[in-house]
Design a protein around this ligand. Structure first.
Ligand code: ZN
Ligand code: ZN
Length: 170
């Protein structure tokens, strides 16, 4: 296993119970996406964490950050933002990634923690801005750019009758 940017050697830390390390790591994590948004390819995630040796394991507390891009669910314009996800996880020998993460060869790999935190918080249905007005269901105009003059949507069956009744409708 090659040491990625998120691998932290903790042999020294584990010999010093009660000591705390502050670590800031950046790196690309592949395939961070959900149905509504994704971390852009090549964009780095960040982990700003404190590590502390606890009961044979290592506790990791801090914040995972990542930029995301997506499509506004109301107006279909590009939407983007930055996630800051609080994390508090335990690495233990024999950890399987369910209750605790694995602590192998005195190394803590923060990458699976970063991946899980980001995937949990990526917006499924993002908005381009707070209070986006969306598109007009009648003419498709972007209502963030002004009113289009359409009246409230009518039942399509009545719309047909309206067209037939128009004096110039032939
Ligand atoms: Zn929008
Ligand atoms: Zn309209």
């Amino acid at each position: 296993m090659t040491a990625g940017p998120f691998v932290v050697g903790v042999a020294k830390l584990r010999r010093q119970p009660g000591h705390r390390w502050h670590e800031v790591r950046h790196g690309v994590v592949e395939d961070l996406a959900c149905s509504g948004s994704a971390v852009p390819a090549g964009a780095e995630c960040a982990a700003e964490v404190t590590l502390e040796a606890i009961g044979g394991g290592v506790e990791v507390t801090g914040t995972v950050s990542a930029a995301w891009e997506g499509t506004c669910r109301r107006c279909l314009a590009p939407a983007s933002g930055v996630l800051h996800v609080p994390v508090r996880e335990l690495y233990t020998p024999g950890g399987d990634g369910e209750d605790t993460y694995p602590l192998v060869d005195d190394q803590v790999d923060l990458q699976p923690l970063v991946r899980d935190a980001v995937l949990l918080e990526l917006p499924q249905a993002p908005l381009c801005r707070t209070g986006c007005q969306g598109l007009c269901p009648t003419c498709g105009a972007d209502r963030n750019e002004g009113t289009c003059g359409c009246r409230a949507p009518v039942d399509p069956r009545w719309a047909v009758l309206d067209a037939l009744r128009r004096p110039d409708g032939g």
